[in-house]
Design a protein around this ligand. Sequence first.
Ligand code: UDX
Length: 462
Amino acid sequence: MRIGMVGSGYVGLVSGACFADFGHEVCCVDKDPAKIAALNRGEIPIFEPGLAELVAKNVREGRLTFTTDLSGAVAAAAAVFIAVGTPSRRGDGHADLSFVHQAAREIAAALAGYTVVVTKSTVPVGTGDEVERIIRETRPDADFAVVSNPEFLREGAAIADFKRPDRIVIGAEDARAAQLMTELYRPLYLNQAPLIVTSRRTAELTKYAANAFLATKITFINEIANLCEQVGANVQDVARGIGLDNRIGTKFLHAGPGYGGSCFPKDTLALIKTAQDYEAPVRIVETVAAVNDQRKRAMGRKVIAACGGTVRGETIAVLGLTFKPNTDDMREAPSIDVIRTLQDAGARIRAYDPEGMAAARAVLSEVEYARDPYDCARGAAALVIVTEWDMFRALDLARLKAALARPIVVDLRNIYRPDDMKRNGFAYVSIGRPKILPAPSLEASEPSRVEIEDTRALATTA
Ligand code: UDX
């Protein structure tokens, strides 16, 4: 089947490459000529494991092409996907649909023969109706249907998520369009991926509800982690203890510095706004968004507390800048708030990230970038782990300790074990687990103690 993919960003590029790999003929469109020229040279604008190879293979085999010519791609296609950005609108937090509406107008002008127009971008409830109206107004004679098909892939695991989804959701208002979509996803359908065919509005809302629920799960365990710190419990054991109940599930219960990324912050906000407009407020999600916002700066204060209450004039080493591992994406990354809080308190920052330093330079000022984790730790008063890249999980602890001015590690992702860190002579603070307090002088030669941090100190930092 021939597919036009309008928008060659994260979702468009990954979906386009995967559809091509299923055997469809895919033409990816983008307004940005530089991006299309780069893609045609085989250069991938984002860091996503396996994507470069998948694109190269399908281009070579003639199923995947890139163009700025939207009309040509649309006229040839049986299904046209809208996969353009839907950022938060400045000022009010609603999703900005101007790119979606513009795409709908341009697609309308180019339609030839029965075409299914699919919104793949995350769009508020009712956007499908609006896209349909725009197309009908632009081209009263067009033969088309508008379908919602939200995408649930995660950055860093995008290809596996697309090819082996937990489910496929299709929101269609007529049987012919639903049939075409089912045919499109047949390779997955045959693979037993459940396919839910529902109304367009239901599909649109399903995507927001999924992201809001996951954000809620993370925020819930983050607050339980705060409580664990106060009462001397271990959040990882609590997460496992509740997660093994099938009704809860073990995933998305990793306590950390708060969620970031291109989806959760933006989509929770958009859901909150839509729900308020319809006078059916989602108060739980409102609280989740507020709690998560506050948490990111609280993590900076946690570092300051671990350093004895001040970081003025000190260098703090930060490992991991991207909002999660295996991406170069800095959008809404907790590292930004952690670093700014530390800078506001007078600290100098030296940071290292395997893929995110170029993007970080555009967002953060006055940060020194290191060559590797040990170079980052050099002479620093403390080391903070903000993103759990695999390469940070097995650091040479003796080398790290030798590099640091003070052996303090604040692990905001719980990737080390407190007892290991104790054995290696670190003062170690993590999330929702017993702390290893430094010996009074912080000298490496003095034995450390594992104990629960003074609850009065915590109350001021959490
Ligand atoms: C998310 C959804 O998972 C995906 O289905 C949707 O299509 C887009 O949004 P993504 O933003 O790529 O994907 O990353 P995800 O792996 O979900 O992580 C989001 C944030 O939550 C990250 O900052 C991550 O560190 C954080 N997180 C995730 C936690 O803090 N704890 C967890 O247990 C899981």
